[in-house]
Write a protein that binds this ligand. Structure first.
Ligand code: TMP
Length: 217
């Protein structure tokens, strides 16, 4: 039984093509079938203002921004998303399932582009409204497999112009994969690493088991 005030803030992280969006959709349907209100959202984006900032971030040439500017844009989008979308939803008793959150900035702009991690932590403290995700799933996948899946997604006609990060090169993607794993190792209570090379059903069964264990007993 899920009691009142039990709505959780759950984030999904990982490199390109790890299957976050599919798993969010499935978890949302599962929770709704249990009678829960669920909001599916994403970063960068998730509020009108943050969606405007998203366009600046995901389109254009890979070297469009210097790394610090880019980190500031992600945190500006995150602040708007938190204040306008995430916090009101949680207060209303709605579960929030978010495709990427602050760990992506630590991994991409920190580990990937070399922005000092302490600076990123300070920005996170400034914007986060005292909130952190209750649980984070890290979908881990070999870089080559992820980029090839993400390439297929673009070829399928899903926002093909949003490929700025996918074009940043394998070494970059390798650094951010290692970054996600380090974050998970440093916060084992919050983060669960999932092997995303397995088929979609197997990954979802593991996700459901973890949600049941942590929140639905
Ligand atoms: P998406 O492809 O998962 O929608 O995310 C858009 C891109 O933005 C993705 O390539 C990762 C990148 N990103 C960052 O570099 N830093 C961040 O803080 C976030 C949220 C996303």
């Amino acid at each position: 039984m899920i009691g009142p005030g039990a709505a959780k803030f759950i984030t999904f992280e990982g490199g390109e093509g790890a299957g976050k969006t599919t798993q969010i959709r499935r978890l949302s349907a599962y929770l709704e079938a249990l009678g829960q209100a669920v909001l599916q959202t994403r970063e960068p984006g998730g509020s009108p203002g943050a969606e405007c900032i998203r366009t600046l971030l995901v389109e254009g040439e890979p070297d469009r921004w210097d790394a610090e500017t880019e980190a500031l844009l992600h945190f500006a989008a995150r602040r708007d998303h938190l204040v306008k979308t995430i916090v009101p939803a949680l207060k209303a008793g709605t579960w929030v399932l978010c495709d990427r959150f602050a760990d992506s900035t630590i991994a991409y702009q920190g580990y990937g582009h070399g922005v000092p991690l302490e600076g990123l932590e300070q920005l996170y403290a400034l914007v986060r409204e005292g909130r952190r995700p209750d649980l984070t799933f890290m979908l881990d996948l070999a870089v080559e497999a992820g980029l090839s899946r993400a390439g297929t997604r673009s070829a399928d006609g899903v926002a093909p112009q949003e490929d700025r990060y996918e074009r940043m090169g394998e070494a970059f993607h390798g650094r951010l994969r290692a970054g996600f794993l380090e974050i998970a190792a440093s916060e084992p209570e919050r983060c669960v690493v999932l092997d995303a090379a397995r088929d979609e059903d197997t990954v979802f069964t593991e996700i459901m088991g973890i949600i049941e264990d942590r929140f639905l007993k």
